[in-house]
Ligand binder design. Sequence first.
Ligand code: MG
Length: 307
Amino acid sequence: MQDLTKLTNQELEEFFNSFDIILSDIDGVLRNVLQPISGSVNAVKFLQKMGKRFVLVTNNTSKSIETTYQELKVAGFEIEKSEIVSPIAPIVAYLQKQNLVNKKVFVIGMGVLKQAIKDAGFILAPYGPDRIKDSREEFCSLANEDDGTVEAVICDVDLNLNYLNLQKAETFLKRPEVIFIGGAPDVKFPVGTGGRILLGPGIFLRILEGMSKRTSIHMSKPSPFLNDYIMEKYGIKDRSRALFIGDVIPVDMAFAGNCGYKKLLVLSGLESKSSLENWGYEEKWKPEFYVNSLKEMHEMALRVFGK
Ligand SMILES: [Mg+2]
């Protein structure tokens, strides 16, 4: 793991010439909440001017690609809508490949994901009622309902998830033929800058996987399933010519490590240098390079390539 700012000019030149495409996370790399991280807009512009293609890869399915695109545009980034990927499109593509159009899918997810599933021609299996009586009998009867028509279960982020719907998902998954797709695997959900961590949506996915004794098909970083979609969509032939930039080791660096991309960790998001010094993850997730922020990466590019 090398600090990018400690490389010699020749090493920096080799680094910048070693990739043609940059796959980058969004939150913690380009922006924090909606604020662009200082210097990131200019850094992206400079790298684009150098001929590097940017593809943004986020695990966030609570926003549509259109919304993310507009937010980034307002912040000053010039990145095409078609170059932003969230798990939504790969999930839809996977269901299409399984010939589930016009078939029922039970979706634990936010409105944006549900709408995308509906728009693609799948039928949303209904959620249970939001409130039931304080009655175990009613709960059990609703939770066990399964007429055998649901053919896939998706478990992603749903801020309104309740006990009954989680249980319904587990009921459908009792049938081994039901396809099981998982979204965001994060068990921690950091909020704000004060270090506050909430329960992540991955906790619910773990509950379903544990109860059903099945592993879901993860369609988000760090799963290589997401990468199949990315490589096909962006025509990536040579993974060694792609650099992945991210701020979370078990999500971004793990994805890049699992998929064979070159890795750059930025310390402008969730991780600090101590995560590198006290490495507690798989060796193949170790980033080859790290840097405080995209701004510093830009400064290093300027050092060797000038304006
Ligand atoms: Mg991030």
